[in-house]
Design a protein around this ligand. Sequence first.
Ligand code: AHG
Ligand code: MN
Ligand code: MN
Length: 324
Amino acid sequence: MAEISVIEHIHSMQLKWSPTATGQFTSLLHDLILSAKIISRSVTKAGLVDILGGTGDINVQGEQVQKLDDFANSVMIYRMKNCGVVCALGSEEEDELVIIDKDKAYGNYVIFFDPLDGSSNIDANVSIGTIFSIYRVNDDTELTKEKILCQGTNQVAAGYFLYGPSTMMVYSTGHGVYGFTLDPSVGEFLLSHENIKIPETGKYYSANAAYYDRWSNEDKKAMDLFNHGDYSLRYVGSLVADFHRTLLYGGIYMYPADTKNTHGKLRLLYEANPLSFLMEQAGGLAVNGEGKRILEIMPEQIHTRTPFIFGSKKEVEKYRSAFN
Ligand code: AHG
Ligand code: MN
Ligand code: MN
């Protein structure tokens, strides 16, 4: 069988769906993939070099910054700023949106990312990842925050890199979801998961059940629909890993609002939107605590958070039934 590299796959998708493409998107993906390979290299060697533990700083999210968070963020910012086709970027680790000088960027792409997802798992060698969300602005006038903030339905592509037992890239440009596995012997991501579809139903449910007391009565009721022997509990605590398992095996993931995180913990632009785009492309559902489609939420600001529930159709509908 021919081994299909990710860039070859992007080219073939463009020929099929956007034959007039200029090559900018491929160029962006190329640099994004290079960033992930560099991050993956450090993640793999983390125990051997001085890159575990915290930096002592607290980020804009009010969370402790790990050295690998910091490293991944610098790699992503440097590559995206200098790839030539990104005109603005937003990172979970940065206070503000970064608008790139016109003399450095000729492209119209905007990218949001969570440079390293699953910080609390880094030092324990548990799977972590990088999540990305890409938009295109079709307007050559000066960029403003207002022009950039829009609903997730406008994403032109989204995906993630998973640094697990193997390093994977999963992406969608709105024409299905494809998974690639990094073959370290050739240094390329090769197609391993063709047109991924989430099972209509699955036996796993995933939530931080220790927060049960902090949830609303409706969320408690929803949780009770799954917290029995017909289901099995899985919770890694790295969203990207919990998402990947749910995508492949089916079931449901829930991170509702609670008394501590009254708007939910997960971030709309860096986490919920890109993963919802993939989830819907794979035939699943992704909603907030009121059962509203995540991709239709208008962000109030770049660090907006949201309750996030996603998974197989059957289980997400079941979650919604707790609210009737
Ligand atoms: P990040 O490491 O990017 O800050 O994200 C952490 C998130 C997510 O990965 C995970 O699913 C969730 O936090 C876990 O939160 P709890 O510890 O509250 O369960
Ligand atoms: Mn995260
Ligand atoms: Mn993060």
